[in-house]
Design a binder for this molecule. Sequence first.
Ligand code: AMP
Length: 291
Amino acid sequence: MKRIQHADSMRSWAEEQRSLHKTIGFVPTMGALHAGHLSLADAAVRDNDLGVASIFVNPTQFSPHEDFNQYPRPLEKDLAKLEAAGIAAVYMPTVVAMYPRDYSTYVNVDNVSEGLCGGSRPHFFRGVATVVTKLFNAVKPHRAYFGQKDAQQCAVIKRMVRDLDMGIEIVEMPIVREPDGLAMSSRNAYLTSEDRKRALCLSRALFDAEKKLKKGERDGEVLMRGIRDTMRDVEIDYVALVDAETMQPVRETIRPVVLAVAAFLPTARLIDNIKFDPNTDDAGSQRGSGR
Ligand code: AMP
């Protein structure tokens, strides 16, 4: 597995592979890899000639009070996991190379970035859209893999790729969960055992709502009231029913929707969601599929 640090070297490697007609599947990550990330890596390796991953803890998507410095960085373990998954090259740029002192250019995706996580983390999607653009420019992928765990992030990236004619296929992969239902996240490592137990109310609330949806409940207020009730022991950031493509609030489940929740626990802010398409009755949450 090649380790590449500089954008120029990454781009020349990618261009060489493309000239040999190899397809590149790309998995951007911030490291601290778990089975959720590895499900993306497996798909990238399986569906393309070459799988490329990046590890970069992106400062522009953290605000000053957030956990940029504390964010776990178990680099050698991460590299071993990516190598075992069959990844051909890992791109690991440095912060100073990505954002030199006079860095000035940012990508803003309006509307889709507003509300939900964009409401409580106003800087976040500008940082994500900017770094993903820079990573795409270096890695030059044909396809890029993102997790439904960050459903709004997927919607933002899809919109950005469409609006800016990037010509990259965005593949959204299902949420990988712990056997008890908790959505895997690098930030779960921050949880005390007490908080870990309380965190389970997020997935429990969503699974209850999913059962109601499958039984025919379509009223957003009823669904969200049930969720808030189940999440009464944590500090709720948001509970929202939104259109799966636009991320704008909806009252009723007529088109594909996302039911999304976020909560502050004392040691971490956690998010989770389920998708539901009333036309196919397909609630896209994967339970207990962790390895
Ligand atoms: P991160 O390292 O947190 O930036 O995540 C990198 C990618 O992994 C993003 O596309 C996430 O949505 C995805 N991801 C994170 N957790 C999960 C999970 N539990 N299941 C599936 N994908 C995930």
